[in-house]
Write a protein that binds this ligand. Sequence first.
Ligand SMILES: [Zn+2]
Length: 293
Amino acid sequence: MLFGAIEAGGTKMVVATGDEYGNIIKKTEIKTTTPDETVGNIKEFFGESRLGALGIGAFGPVCLDEKSTDYGRIGKSPKLEWVGFSWIEAFRDLCCPISIDTDVNVAAIGEYVGGNAAGTDDFIYITIGTGIGVGVMIGGKPLHGMLHPEAGHILLPISTDDGFSGICPYHKNCFEGLASGPAMKKRYGTEPYLITDERAWETEADYIAKAIMQYICCYSPKRIILGGGVMNSGRLFDPVRKKVLMYLNDYITARELSDIESYIVPAGLSGNQGITGALHLAQNEIRKDKENE
Ligand SMILES: [Zn+2]
């Protein structure tokens, strides 16, 4: 059986087909433009292939309540053309089950089924790039709740040596407002990958560690995976690990924390975690159907 997968981002969509073993058969990238044009290009990619199911990891906010008539509909996104867009309606003519989660949750699922969280049921996946997203996996399932966690928007105390007040239009000094790629760019006037000043990375590591300290207290994850363009700089893992332990200040004692290098780890799957997770969502739709028979 052939499955379809979409990792929907604000600038590009990664689209793939895969088999029932989770292997990617065909994959491409499509520029995100208007909903009509983008959906048309995605359908062209799937072509005449008959899909058993479709899995989608979508930028949020998106309704994940399967019982709601708004399931799969994009909410108050800054991408105005996409506000109110329904993934379910757009792909209804494929006549296959469709499963949706957030982009960061499908990335977490990808890490769980074949990446650096394999065998770990309770973990968090944090992506730090153009935005900051957090996928919280509890018992091998992404936490949804009322909508889905927006843990990239927790408020953080501004570091004493930082004269920057944050760029989030909703909260200013939330994690995303202080530490996303665009926040670094605004603060230092250059792309993050061009920043060489050690103090800049020290400040960045400080915000990441403050956020992680709170996630550890709230979710008690057994592992933390860090991905995204800002993390790829390679300068952050050591200072983040050191500062997380400093902020926890020995309050929490757990076996996992005693080996901090295995506790806070980079993402695996070379950037394919999102599409792998979306493919897994599609496969799960068929599994669910079989269980219900
Ligand atoms: Zn915010």
